[in-house]
Design a protein around this ligand. Structure first.
Ligand code: 2M8
Length: 425
């Protein structure tokens, strides 16, 4: 019988397109931003050179203004919509490879620390120059985040498109999305529903809005200042801010390891701002952290996984710790596998539809990490153990039905394989 760790490595090898990894064959044929960061950590458990390469191929797509795009189109493929012809970013950012025009959660800095810790543990000092290059790219991208997505210095960075959040179809975005027109100039040729059952994917009306947003920003010629003032969708997202805050703390650690004292002051200021912003988002009713709709001015009081992600960056007080532990346990009650991405008692919960209930291994990985950081080790161990077991039972699927434990979405998924390798090690 094939060993599951070997099977996970085989998936990464199969999805390798020559130094970068696609999330899964067919459905997602390019290099995705946060997928690649998770994948690099998976590679680091057995092939540190390949782990570095993943990030190096990724930064080839970094924009001059520092932004890390959400998709890097290294080679053409017609199995995904929207492709480069819809984004048209080449008119403003002529550098190859072609990319999309929006971003995704900045797990990159967290990955870089993970890789560098592996380098230190194995004594591979020849990786220093490579580490410096990646560190500089990460620092530029963090500067872009603060300038472009928190111009008012709230300490909370905003998403301008649900695709940026990574949890594209989350009920957290429903109310804000309703305000986005469904009109598009682009013909929508969905490819995702050719690979995956349409009942598990976003609806057509959501896609119309997704593409409408792309068109608005394309008309702004991808200029961050114009985008900020024209955005019909603008949410100060606690998941994004938490990942950025944690990645900033990891860059602080890197800067001290690498004796980069010049960067330290700037990183400390950035970190403090983000921590203050996150702390201001605690919501006693939800018993977690909530995002803020910057257009309506309303708190987004939807019970989604987003509420727990700030644990990766914050030190909770004892009350918050207790509430969060109770809340996660409540969400997991009666589930074959937790943590659902939407609370099962919520009217928005759908156990099989994309980001409206199913369990993602990488989300569990982040939340377990946050629980550990906050002295909730027992719960973290349970979540990690359950994640490993569901993958062993159902395979390396994109996500899992929390009620049945069934594997759903794309198969042979790279970040699920990476999560397995990291959680199992
Ligand atoms: C999903 O998002 C893409 C758009 O970026 C899509 O649905 O077409 C999300 O799960 C996202 O978090 C993930 O990075 C991407 C690739 O796995 O797929």
């Amino acid at each position: 019988m094939i060993n599951v760790t070997d099977a996970a490595r085989t998936i990464l090898a199969r999805n390798d397109r020559g130094g970068y990894t696609v999330p899964t064959d067919g459905l997602y044929p390019f290099q995705w931003n946060w997928d690649s960061a998770f994948v690099s950590m998976g590679f680091a458990t057995f092939d540190i050179d390949r782990a570095y390469q993943e990030l190096e191929r990724f930064i080839q797509g970094q924009w001059n203004n520092g932004m890390f795009p959400h998709i890097i189109f290294h080679v053409p493929s017609d199995s995904y919509f929207p492709g480069p012809d819809v984004w048209q970013t080449d008119q403003c950012h002529s550098k190859k490879p072609l990319t999309s025009g929006i971003t995704q959660p900045p797990v990159f800095g967290m990955a870089l620390r993970f890789l560098y810790e592996t380098v230190l543990a194995t004594g591979r000092h020849d990786m220093l120059a490579r580490t410096h290059t990646l560190f500089n790219a990460a620092l530029r991208s963090h500067r872009w985040w603060l300038e472009a997505r928190d111009p008012d210095k709230r300490g909370l960075v905003a998403i301008l498109h649900p695709w940026e959040s990574g949890s594209d179809n989350s009920p957290a975005w429903d109310e804000a999305l309703v305000r986005v027109p469904t009109t598009t100039k682009t013909e929508i040729c969905r490819q995702d529903t050719k690979h995956v059952n349409a009942t598990m994917r976003p609806r057509n009306i959501d896609y119309q809005r997704f593409i409408h947003l792309v068109e608005v920003y394309r008309e702004c010629q991808w200029d961050p200042i114009k985008q900020w003032s024209h955005a019909p969708f603008k949410i100060a997202d606690v998941q994004m801010t938490a990942i950025l805050a944690r990645a900033t703390a990891d860059l602080i650690w890197m800067a001290s390891q690498l004796n980069l004292s010049d960067a330290l002051g700037e990183l400390f200021t950035m970190h403090q701002l983000l921590i203050n912003g996150l702390n201001s988002r605690w919501n006693q009713h939800i018993r977690g952290f909530v995002s803020l709709d910057l257009i309506s001015g309303k708190d987004i009081e939807k019970p989604t996984q987003t509420c727990f992600i700030p644990l990766i960056a914050l030190e909770l007080d004892s009350y918050q710790r207790k509430f969060i532990q109770e809340e996660i346990e409540r969400w997991c009650q009666g589930m074959v596998i937790g943590i659902p991405t939407t609370a099962p008692f919520s009217p928005d919960f759908e156990s099989k539809r994309y980001w409206r209930g199913p369990v993602w291994a990488v989300i569990n990985w982040l939340i377990a990490d946050g629980l550990r950081k906050n002295q909730l080790k027992e719960l973290a161990t349970i979540i990690e153990g359950n994640t490993i077991s569901v993958i062993e039972r159902a395979g390396f699927c994109e996500y899992f039905d929390p009620i049945t434990g069934e594997g759903l979405g794309g198969n042979t998924f790279s970040w699920t394989a990476a999560a397995y390798l990291v959680l199992r090690r």
